[in-house]
Design a protein. Structure first.
Length: 426
C-alpha cells in the first residue's frame, strides 16, 4: 500500500517512470508481436525513451518533447511503435499532473495528437478516420487520467489547508479565551484582594507608630505582619503581571515553572532566596525532575518554597536545611528537614506558625500543603526530627480515586502535638 501511495504522489515521478521502464523492458523481452525478436532500431529507440524518462523525470516538458520525437522516429522506422507510444502518452500524463499552466497541458496534448496523426499520412480515408478515433486512446485517456489525479491532489491539498486554518483559528480562539480569563482574574486580584491586603498593611503600619507603649512581643508581631503583608502585596503585583502578560515575566522561573524543563531553575531560585535570607540550604535534586508533569512539578515547587520559608521563620538563620527531591519508579519523593530549634519562635502564640511569609496561627500553612499533596494522591507528614523539624511526602505517578490514601491527621505546625510518631527517613 505504501508503494501504491507513492505511485500517485506528485513528488515521486521517478518511482512511476522506473516502473514504466521496467514494464517496457518486459514487453520487449516477452511480448513483442508474433514472437519476433526486437530489432536493433527498436532497442535503440526504446532505450532512448527509457533513459529520457529517467533523466528528465523532474522536467516533464522536456521529457514530452523527447518522447514525441522518438515516437515520430518510431512511426517512420518501425512496425511496432508500442514502447514509444506508451512513453509519449505517459509523458502527457506527467505534464497534466504537474503543469502550472493549463496552456502547457493543451500544447502537449496537441503535439502528441499531431505526431500520432503522422502515422496516417497517405492512408485511405477510413484509416485516417480510425487514426482520429485512436487519439481518444492515445491522447484522451492520458489527458483524462492526469486531470483526475491533479484534481484529487488539489482537493487533498485544500482539505489540508482548511484543516490547518481551522486549527490555527481554534488555537487563536483558545488563546483569546485564556487571555480574557486571565484578565478577569487579574482585575479581581487587583481590585479586591490587593486592595484589602494594602488596607491591612496600612492599618498595621499606623497602629505600629501610634501605639508607642507596646509589649515588645506585640511589636514583633506587628512588624512581622507589616513585613509579611508588604511581601504579599509584592507577590500579588507579580502575579497580576503574570496574568496580564505571561510573556513579559519569562525570566522569573518561580512564576513560570509550568513547563517541566523550568522546574529545576524554579527550585534553584527558591533555594537562592532562602540562602539570601541567611539559611544554609543543602539540596539533593534528582535530574529526573525535569521530566515531571506540570501539576506535580508545580506542587514540588510550592512545597519547597513554603517549607524553606518555614525554616527561616521557625528555625532561624542558624539552621541548616536539607532539601531532597528524588524520582523513583515514577513516584516523586520530596523532603525538607532542618537542624533548627524545632520550637515556635518568640513572639508567636503557641500552636501558631508562619509558613511562606503568611501568619498562620490556625495552622493553615501545613493545611494548605497537605491539601495540595492530597489532591495528587499523596500524604504529607510533618513532625520533629532530631533537633529540628521535617516535612516530607511522596507524590504517586498515577492517581486513581480508589488508590488515594485516607486522610490522616498530622501536626498542624511546629510545636503542635503530633498525633503519630515522626516518620522514618524516606
Amino acid at each position: 500500500m505504501r508503494w501504491l501511495g507513492r505511485l500517485f504522489n506528485t513528488r515521486d515521478t521517478l518511482v512511476r517512470l522506473t516502473l514504466l521502464d521496467l514494464a517496457g523492458v518486459g514487453y520487449l523481452v516477452f511480448c513483442t508481436q508474433a514472437g519476433r525478436t526486437p530489432t536493433v532500431t527498436q532497442w535503440i529507440l526504446a532505450v532512448g525513451a527509457f533513459a529520457a524518462a529517467l533523466l528528465l523525470h523532474r522536467r516533464p516538458v522536456a521529457n514530452m518533447v523527447v518522447q514525441a520525437a522518438l515516437l515520430a522516429a518510431a512511426i517512420a522506422l518501425l512496425d511496432d511503435i508500442m514502447i514509444n507510444q506508451v512513453g509519449a502518452s505517459w509523458a502527457l500524463i506527467e505534464i497534466t499532473i504537474g503543469a502550472y499552466r493549463a496552456r502547457t497541458i493543451w500544447l502537449a496534448a496537441g503535439l502528441l495528437a499531431v505526431v500520432d496523426l503522422t502515422n496516417t499520412i497517405g492512408d485511405p480515408a477510413d484509416r485516417v478516420a480510425a487514426g482520429v478515433v485512436g487519439l481518444a486512446l492515445e491522447v484522451g485517456i492520458p489527458l483524462l487520467l492526469g486531470l483526475v489525479i491533479r484534481a484529487n491532489w488539489n482537493l487533498a491539498r485544500q482539505a489540508q489547508e482548511r484543516a490547518a486554518a481551522e486549527q490555527r483559528q481554534h488555537e487563536s480562539e483558545t488563546r483569546a479565551a485564556r487571555a480574557d480569563e486571565r484578565s478577569a482574574i487579574a482585575r479581581e486580584l487587583h481590585d479586591v484582594v490587593a486592595h484589602h491586603v494594602a488596607s491591612m498593611v496600612l492599618r498595621v503600619g499606623v497602629a505600629r507608630h501610634v501605639l508607642t507603649d507596646l509589649d515588645p512581643r506585640v511589636g514583633e508581631v506587628f512588624d512581622d505582619v507589616h513585613g509579611t503583608g508588604t511581601a504579599a502585596l509584592g507577590e500579588l503585583r507579580r502575579l497580576v503581571a503574570v496574568l496580564r502578560d505571561p510573556d513579559g515575566v519569562r525570566g522569573d522561573a518561580a512564576l513560570t515553572a509550568i513547563e517541566p524543563s523550568a522546574l529545576p531553575a524554579a527550585i534553584g531560585a527558591a533555594i537562592d532566596r532562602a540562602r539570601q535570607a541567611g539559611i544554609t540550604v543543602e539540596a539533593d535534586l534528582d535530574p529526573a525532575i525535569a521530566s515531571l508533569d506540570a501539576v506535580r512539578g508545580m506542587a514540588v515547587l510550592r512545597l519547597t518554597q513554603e517549607a524553606l520559608t518555614n525554616v527561616a521563620k521557625h528555625a532561624g538563620t542558624s539552621a541548616v536545611a536539607h532539601l531532597v527531591v528524588a524520582v523513583r519508579d515514577g513516584v516523586v519523593h520530596w523532603e525538607v528537614a532542618d537542624t533548627g530549634r524545632g520550637g515556635v519562635p518568640a513572639g508567636v502564640p503557641t500552636g501558631g506558625g508562619l509558613l511562606a511569609g503568611v501568619p498562620t496561627g490556625d495552622g493553615h500553612g501545613i493545611t494548605g500543603m497537605r491539601e495540595r499533596v492530597e489532591v495528587l494522591g499523596g500524604r504529607l507528614e510533618a513532625g520533629p526530627f532530631g533537633t529540628g523539624w521535617r516535612v516530607r511526602t511522596a507524590l504517586p505517578a498515577v492517581v486513581a480515586a480508589s488508590d488515594r490514601a485516607p486522610v490522616r491527621s498530622v501536626p498542624g505546625e511546629r510545636g503542635a502535638p503530633a498525633d503519630s510518631p515522626a516518620p522514618e527517613p524516606a
